[in-house]
Write a protein that binds this ligand. Structure first.
Ligand SMILES: CC(C)(COP(=O)(O)OP(=O)(O)OC[C@H]1O[C@@H](n2cnc3c(N)ncnc32)[C@H](O)[C@@H]1OP(=O)(O)O)[C@@H](O)C(=O)NCCC(=O)NCCS
Length: 160
């Protein structure tokens, strides 16, 4: 059974120790960076981080993080309350077994409960070169908007 569990004092070191195939590291920040970022932004009133460890039974196999981003009134281009997927990784030992897809579906279910507030969409950015991730997101209903972000990644959207 795959489930998302909160990051705690008991499991954060395990989360930091998870690893990817060497060629995948360019697609995602390290888990140590992501947990530091989640800590740093938690009280900024702009981003509301939702970092979770992915477990298969009692074994941690991955990490997933979303953020609630309500409209920033100081940004004239920001006109939508959204949830944003900032990270998804499955440790290299456990990839290719469907776990990433289940974990992502669990995050979609969670986001649809609007844990931090109402939103219109779940957004993510992914490099088209990252074929596995791109296919995964499409297979669960994300639409490639055709727009790209500052890093040249495709902006994908799921209405929620
Ligand atoms: C992306 C990632 C999380 C996928 O995790 P995973 O558990 O290996 O993926 P899954 O086994 O659940 O596969 C899910 C989907 O990916 C696609 N996929 C899997 N292997 C694939 C391959 N070799 N080629 C193309 N697509 C593939 C399929 O669409 C599959 O869905 P399907 O079961 O309907 O065919 C994992 O590869 C990873 O951690 N990558 C490095 C970090 C990263 O790039 N994160 C995304 C940043 S945007």
């Amino acid at each position: 059974m795959i489930e998302l569990r909160r990051i705690t004092e008991e499991n954060f070191e395990k989360c930091i120790s998870l690893s990817l195939k060497e060629e995948q590291s360019k697609y995602i920040a390290s888990n140590a960076y992501s947990l530091s970022q989640a800590y740093a932004i938690q009280n900024d009133g702009i981003n509301f981080p939702m970092p979770y460890a992915v477990y298969k039974n009692n074994e941690m196999i991955g990490f997933i993080m979303a953020e609630y981003q309500p409209i920033d009134s100081s940004d004239p281009d920001d006109d939508e309350d959204i949830y944003y997927l900032s990270r998804l990784m499955i440790d290299k030992r456990y990839q290719g077994n469907g776990y990433g897809k289940v974990a992502m579906n669990k995050m979609v279910e969670l986001v649809k409960t609007y844990p931090f507030g109402k939103a219109e969409a779940f957004i993510l950015c992914v490099s088209k070169e990252n074929e596995i991730a791109y296919a995964l997101y499409k297979s669960i209903g994300f639409i490639d908007t055709g727009n790209i972000d500052d890093d040249g990644d495709q902006i994908c959207r799921l209405d929620i």
